[in-house]
Structures are given as structure tokens and as C-alpha cells.
Design a protein around this ligand. Sequence first.
Ligand code: SAH
Length: 244
Amino acid sequence: MRIDVFTLFPGLVDGFCSDSLLGKARDNDLLDLRLHDPRDHTSDVHRTVDDAPFGGGAGMLMKPEPLFASVEAADPPRPLFLLGPGGRTFDQGMARELAELDGFSLLCGRYEGVDHRVRRHLVDDELSIGDVVLNGGEVAACLVVEAVVRLLPGAMGNAESPVTESFGASGLLEEPHFTRPADFRGWSVPDVLRSGDHARVARWRHAQALHRTIAARPDLIDARGGLTDDDRALLEEFPPHPYH
Ligand code: SAH
């Protein structure tokens, strides 16, 4: 997958995407990450990328010329997304959609954002990582790259993980997990997980995923069409395991 990122701070994105599983995905040619600095497409001696807003007001805006020139020179894979708090909220469903593509691109804003003509005439859509304001789009870009690339076949150690984890095929949050020791400071692992009865373990896990989702994210239960009769039976069979 090719992902092009346009940013005034390519080092931030490159550094984040060089370690751990993303770094491996790049080494294994699963991810072809290309970074472009619009500052390389300025023509003045100060390499200016920002200017004051028409009509006055606080802060500076990214000028259109270096952004258009940078994108046009790179001819990046489309869709090209502007990162911005006013965009469509990025979520796991969108990560799955993007993971089906051969590539896409991200444009990071800085200052008070970009000249509106960039939004209207250069990018294809706008993505937000949530109702929060960052100093720039770089952290948001890293978030999108990580969420998408980990879904590519071969990018993760365990191919099952994207199926069973939160927001996966079940539409539920994940159940609580435990590793050794079986008893830690008097807090012990549920007996069922050590019973060797795999069918019972699977039922316990599904019940706990349901309990947790009902308590923490009832909207996800609604989104999957409420509870089935099987779900209700499981909830009765297994009481909620405390997870707070
Ligand atoms: N003045 C703008 C905020 C600009 S923040 C406003 O009030 O809407 C500067 C840059 O940070 C933005 O151009 C965008 O690229 C990035 N950014 C900030 N918050 C973001 C968010 N929630 N999601 C994605 N990008 C964000």
C-alpha cells in the first residue's frame, strides 16, 4: 500500500512510522510511505508557507501555492484527505475501507489550518480523529496510518487479532484478558479460563464482551440490532466479570 503524507514536519511522521510493526511493514514493502514537505515548493528566500487571514483575526493560515505545488509534483494516490477537526470522524469502519485500497494520501494542516481553496479544490475529503483540536495534522496522520496498516494481511503477528478485537466482526468491545501469574496480589484469574473447556471459555468470553459493551458502549449494542435470545441466555449463564 502506498500512503503519501504532506506535512511541514516530515520527521515527526517518519519517526513514528519507523518503529515497531509500522517500521516492519515498511521494511517488508507492505507499506510504501512517502513524505512530502510543502516547504520544498516555495519560491521565496524565507520558504514561506503561511500568511495572515484576509479579514483579520487570530493566527496564520497555510498558503495555497506550496500545498498545490507539492501535491501536483507528487501525483499522490487518491483519495487525498485533509486532516481537520471539521471532517468526517475516522473510525474502525473507515480504517477497514481504506485498508482495501492500493493507496491514499493525507494532508496535514498547521497554524489555524489551510486556505479554504485547498479544501475545495485540492483534496477529496476531510477526516477528523475526533472532537478535539491538535496543533497540527501529524499526530492524526500517524493515527490513520497505524489503524489502516495494521489491517493489511501480514502486517500483524496474529492474523486473528483484527477479527476478535474491539470493533471487530462481533461489533462488541473485547472481553477482559489475563496472562500469568494465575494469582497476582490476591487477584485471581477466572476459573473458567483455566478449565481447559474451550467451548465454555468461548461462551464466557462472548458473555463478558456483551456485559462490557452493554455497560460501556450501549450504542454499539443498538448498532448491531440489540440483543439476540442467545445473547440473553449467555448473559444469564455468566455474571459480569468486574473490569474497573
Ligand atoms: N482553526 C482550526 C484548527 C486548526 S488546528 C479550527 O478551529 O477548526 C491545526 C491543524 O491541526 C489542522 O489544520 C488539522 O490539520 C490538524 N488538526 C487539529 N485537530 C484535528 C482533528 N481533530 N483531526 C484531524 N486533524 C486535526
